[in-house]
Ligand binder design. Structure first.
Ligand code: FAD
Length: 461
């Protein structure tokens, strides 16, 4: 008698001639992990889909046999979402990368789920259009993975995360039904917004195979200013002052005191003000004249809280400053034997409290906890750095305490990376029972056999 796995593989290869199924050790090991730092798990087989029909055949056969399936884009996820089960399948979507169309007149992009984000942004730029989400993994993450995780980056402060750019989707449900939900229009009030349900569902309800994205005209000018703050206590008031000045920056990024200390020790702070205790990177966009006016309003708004407000004088200075911000993660990683990073989010008015909590929890648990990131969105990458393997218990306790503190501040567990496998156990802390039950009901509706990303996001489904 055939095992469930062999039955599923036989059935799907009968349904789809030429379907690429690999069971060799090397290929399976190459699809075992992601960027979460969680231990990799080698799947039983790896399937490379060519199109939505392949995906449908795989999911139908796997559902029939009760074999789990883990969709995989670029494998750049930070929550363990793309880590498969050892008796399950890794379903690779990067082959769905042939379609990429820009319909400039309608300001719409249509792309296969496997297209890497940087290609989408470049194709839009070639038409002087702009696709907003800018996660720093844009060279490796796929647009399907971005939709699955509702990815975002610095400019989501002004432009929102991926969800705000998704107009329509093609999705294959866990049961293997192709849901075609295209949209080339700017508005629609027809029926339920099903694409929104799949966006951010981390591949637990269906597999995204094709995306329809909104595009915008490129802003005429970008300008970046650094606001060097004299105290951690100035972070919250500076954010409030920017709001009160009626500014709508494209991005407000933070480096806290411990992040700055690490950059300075590594000599990668490249000209940031040595007096700064924390720094905000404020990026503005708009017309030439509008940006000039916003810059002087910014200067006025934060003047009393800052030791210096400095404007990048040209494109290469702007790029150099962004590079410092982008390289912060690497500098932190190099400063300790071990690093874990969380991406908690709090209401914007509580960012200062979050940084203060990190300082307190770090001291209490004996772990370095520098934070940096998207302060304007209240979304900080809180890092845990330690050198001795024996400190891992302290790190886990500090992390647990951080999650509870963030929820008490009115925030939530993840603003970018999702829960995946790493944080699924915490969902019941964040969502009340009735909401959890509605989420489980959606899971049962779209994935009745419970084969898609089992145990991720919803810990018990
Ligand atoms: C250096 C670095 C920087 C990063 N910076 C950011 C950042 O600034 N902002 C941010 O939001 N994230 C960031 N990330 C995290 C990661 O890049 C994003 O989560 C990204 O959206 C994942 O895309 P991917 O194609 O690599 O997906 P994968 O890692 O392959 O998968 C991620 C999850 O999505 C599911 N999935 C993938 N493709 C599909 C599909 N087609 N249909 C259904 N489910 C699918 C997987 O099962 C998994 O649960 C960063 C990661 C790294 C390594």
């Amino acid at each position: 008698m055939l095992s469930p796995l062999d039955r599923a593989l036989l059935e799907m290869s009968r349904a789809r001639a030429g379907l690429a199924i690999a069971t060799d050790r090397e290929t399976r090991e190459a699809h075992a992990g992601d960027e979460s730092g969680l231990p990799p798990v080698v799947p039983a087989a790896v399937i490379a889909a060519r199109d939505a029909d392949d995906v449908a055949a795989v999911l139908r056969s796997a559902s029939d046999a009760g074999v789990t399936v883990t969709p995989r884009g670029g494998g750049s996820g930070k929550a363990g979402g793309a880590i498969p089960d050892d008796d399950g399948l890794a379903l690779v979507l990067t082959g769905l990368d042939r379609e990429l169309e820009i319909h400039a007149g309608d300001r719409i992009a249509v792309a296969g789920a496997g297209v890497v984000l940087a290609r989408v942004r470049e194709a839009a730029r070639a038409e002087r259009l702009f696709y907003g989400p800018d996660p720093s993994s844009l060279e490796s993450a796929t647009i399907g993975g971005n939709v699955a995780t509702n990815a975002s980056g610095p400019s989501s402060l002004r432009h929102g995360s991926t969800a705000r750019w998704v107009r329509g989707l093609e999705v294959v449900t866990g049961a293997g039904t192709v849901l075609s939900m295209p949209s080339r229009v700017a508005k629609s009030t027809v029926g339920f917004d099903l694409p929104a349900i799949f966006t951010g569902s981390e591949g637990t309800l269906g597999v995204v195979t094709r995306v329809f994205l909104r595009l915008e005209p490129e802003p005429a000018r970008l300008a970046l200013a650094t606001v060097s703050l004299s105290a951690l206590e100035a972070i919250g008031p500076a954010l409030v002052a920017i709001d009160r000045a009626r500014l709508a920056p494209r991005a407000i990024e933070l480096l806290d005191d411990e992040a700055l200390t690490t950059l300075r020790a590594a000599r990668t702070d490249h000209g940031l003000d040595p007096r700064a205790v924390a720094i905000l990177f404020v990026e503005l966009e708009g017309s030439e004249a509008g940006v000039d006016e916003d810059l002087s309003r910014l200067d006025e708004a934060v003047h009393a809280l800052a030791v210096d407000v400095r404007l990048a004088r040209n494109e290469s200075e702007r790029e150099a400053l962004w590079k410092i911000r982008r390289d912060t993660s690497l500098a932190l990683k190099r400063s300790a034997a071990h690093k874990l990073s969380e991406d908690v989010v709090v209401p914007r008015s509580r960012v200062g409290d979050l940084v203060a909590s990190c300082r307190r929890l770090g001291a209490h648990h004996g772990v370095r906890m520098p934070s940096y990131g998207h302060a304007g969105d209240g979304n900080l990458h809180v890092n845990f750095l330690w050198d001795e393997p024996g400190q891992r218990g302290q790190v886990d306790r500090a992390m647990d305490a951080l999650f509870r503190e963030v929820l008490a501040l009115g925030g939530t567990l993840s603003g970018e990376h999702g829960l995946g496998r790493a944080k699924a156990a915490y969902l019941p802390l964040a969502h009340e029972p009735a909401r959890l039950e509605a989420e489980r009901a959606l899971k049962r509706l779209f994935d009745p056999a419970g084969i898609l990303n089992r145990g991720k996001v919803l810990p018990d489904a």
